[in-house]
Design a protein around this ligand. Sequence first.
Ligand code: MG
Length: 480
Amino acid sequence: MADVDRLMVSVSGVRGIVGKTLKPEIAYDFGRAFGTMLTATDGPHRLADSAPAPDGEVFTTPRPTVALGRDTRPHGSLIKNAVAAGLMSCGVDVITLGVVTTPGAALMTRVLECAGGVIITASHNPPPYNGIKFLQPSGVGLTADQAGELERTWESGEFNTQEGTAVGKETECTRTHTMHIRGVKSIADVTGIASQRFRVVVDSINGAGCVVTPQLLGELGCEVVHLNSEPTGEFAHEPEPVEPNLTGLCEAVREHRAAVGFAQDPDADRLVVVDEKGTFIGEEYTLALCAAFVLRHRKGKLATNLATSRMIDDIAAKAGVEVLRSPTGEANVVELLKRETCIFGGEGNGGVIEPRVVPVRDSLVGMAMILQYMTDIGKPLSELVAEIPSYTLVKTKLPCPAGAADTVADRTRAMFQDEPGATFNDADGLRIDLPDSWLCVRASNTEPIMRIFAEAPRAAQAEALVDRVRAIAAEVIDAA
Ligand code: MG
């Protein structure tokens, strides 16, 4: 698996092992490439998603500005400085946000009216990794076209280098957490939640959520037991917020008799929930619970991706609203959400998107919604979970050489071709819907792996579907 170690460049940004595949000079060049894109635009130095300037308006800001934040990974400073240097060398001003969450950086890109944003994070990847994610002025990740342009500019090595006083300058902004908390509180009944005096256990995995999360929960009147609460980037367990990595959180919820347990990933855009009995609820329930909460108050369309559980369809059907599905990738969900004016959306990986706060996944929004839902209904979390029709969603991943996932998808399609009631969707890898179940096969955008998901009313049924695809995958990968 030689290509496991390559630099991953995709619509989700750039990821690699610091000093090995993600060298500082590569980060510098990506800063230069993004700076070149932003300064090449005629008129207002804005990417496509900002409002066009009225006819005849004179552009008053001399240089485009980029908001730049990072998560707590110890090498974040190195990569951040390299990207900042690249941006400034092309005449872009940089506003440094310091250690912030991904949704916080997205929010500030919009609040500070920047031409773009950058967050240095490798999300849940292991500690040697870091990444660079580029944002549009709204805080949303780049479109596929913009990401393509960025990559071509980087590859070309031709940058809009400035001299002397034409280079950018760096300033600092320390208001991210305050602005983020203000945004989240604007969609919550703060007095109502505070009246419950919830005891909440939070695992912030020594990541970007460490500082802002207890502040928010404190302002919501919660008593917080905070695990892995130092923003050191020294991950106390495997960083992906999945069940085997969160046994400590489950125990702490029981030990402290808490109403709920919350786990964040290192950049705090994803949220996973543990009920009051210390039971791991699963990442898919984060979106389902939040959708159930949202639809109690407002009716409108929901947006999610093709790999998310059917639970949200059941919840939406009960409320008489529609669920729209996009290809996987946060930017695709957000694009669909905006295009179809959906009121809420997200992903089954624990990512909830409330566009009124910030149009990206936000664990803080998810926490406020779940606490509000518990307050509104007055039931313990386990009972709210039990009200949602349950499925078993089996998610597996395996290392996969480039291109092999497509071959696996083709052979899987052939195998299910004659299955009664099967429908096929190849908008994103391959998704096959069967009468009461579905499965999908796709290559990851950020890692050299292939994901195989299947969901069915019974676990054995879902596992059998996954096993059929795994058998095909094993043959293809062996032959590769
Ligand atoms: Mg993340």
